[in-house]
Design a binder for this molecule. Structure first.
Ligand code: NDP
Length: 246
């Protein structure tokens, strides 16, 4: 279908995993898609090729989300080069876990800069460009709702901050027809959490469906929120977690 034809999307952390699946799904729905990445220019180039192969414009930008000015500048660049910005997916995230005694100031600063400040800064910049039916979609984590493992205090804290950002911005931008929502993935088969990793069996045990998500499962929920069908959903959290938080 071409439900997003004529729309322009920006996906942060679109070179791999969930972000890459989201970028491709939005392109298949008809959007032109820009993405950011931190290191993996090779993987970003692959995603760009795949977006172009479905006939859409693509742009990959090396932008460390921890750099607030660069993050904000990337949003403005997309709006400038593509002429508009309709959809922002705040997906890039770091996953720094361990006993709280071992999580020092550096881990704290990095986690807050990438997982919290970047979505705030990018949303603020995007809001300036968005018109009626703009969409901001944050990628959180099921761990924010149910802290089943020790070692996740900092990460869970950063993802819970997105609940407040989503609700606050949803209220503020609603009058302009812009929706803001949060998608909380459960265990999803990516480099960060491989379905054949050492803890995968234990993690799978917490799901009701008894399996990991594919990145495409998360992308499907994002596509729903990005399209016209999701138009009356705002300020909401959608758990796409196989029942992990039931
Ligand atoms: P991956 O590690 O597979 O991919 C991370 C992506 O984000 C890459 O494209 C990476 O770029 C990019 N990225 C990381 N840090 C930065 C940064 N500082 N600046 C710019 N880009 C950056 O992660 P996932 O796909 O698994 O996770 C995506 C999101 O989903 C994250 O927010 C994560 O917290 C969340 N999530 C994931 C779950 C899972 O089980 N996988 C569960 C719940 C939530 P590069 O390729 O250049 O390194």
């Amino acid at each position: 279908s071409n439900v997003l034809e004529g729309k322009v999307a920006l996906v942060t952390g679109g070179s791999r995993g969930i972000g890459a699946a989201v970028a491709l799904r939005l392109a298949r729905e008809g959007a032109d898609v820009a993405l950011t990445y931190e290191q993996r220019a090779d993987r970003a180039a692959d995603v760009v090729e795949q977006i172009k192969a479905v006939g859409r414009r693509a742009l990959a930008m090396p932008v460390d989300s921890a750099d607030a000015d660069a993050m904000s500048g990337a949003v403005d660049r997309v709006a400038g080069e593509f002429g508009r910005l309709d959809i922002l997916v705040n997906n890039a995230g770091v996953f720094l876990v361990g006993p709280v005694e071992e999580l020092g100031p550096a881990e704290f600063e990095r986690t807050v800069a990438v997982n919290v400040r970047a979505p705030f800064v990018a949303s603020k910049a995007a809001a300036r460009h968005m018109r009626e039916s703009g969409r901001i979609i944050n990628i959180g984590s099921n761990i924010a709702e149910r802290a089943v493992f020790p070692g996740f205090a900092l990460y869970a804290m950063s993802k819970t901050a997105l609940v407040g950002l989503t609700k606050g911005l949803g209220r503020e931008l609603g009058g302009r027809g812009v929706t803001v929502n949060l998608v909380n993935p459960g265990p999803t088969d990516t480099d960060a959490n491989p379905a054949d990793g050492p803890n995968a069996e234990m993690i799978t045990g917490f799901t009701a469906l008894g399996r990991y998500a594919a990145p495409a499962d998360i992308a499907a929920a994002v596509a729903f929120l990005a399209g016209e069908d999701g138009g009356y959903v705002t300020g909401a959290t959608i758990n796409v977690d196989g029942g992990f938080t039931i």
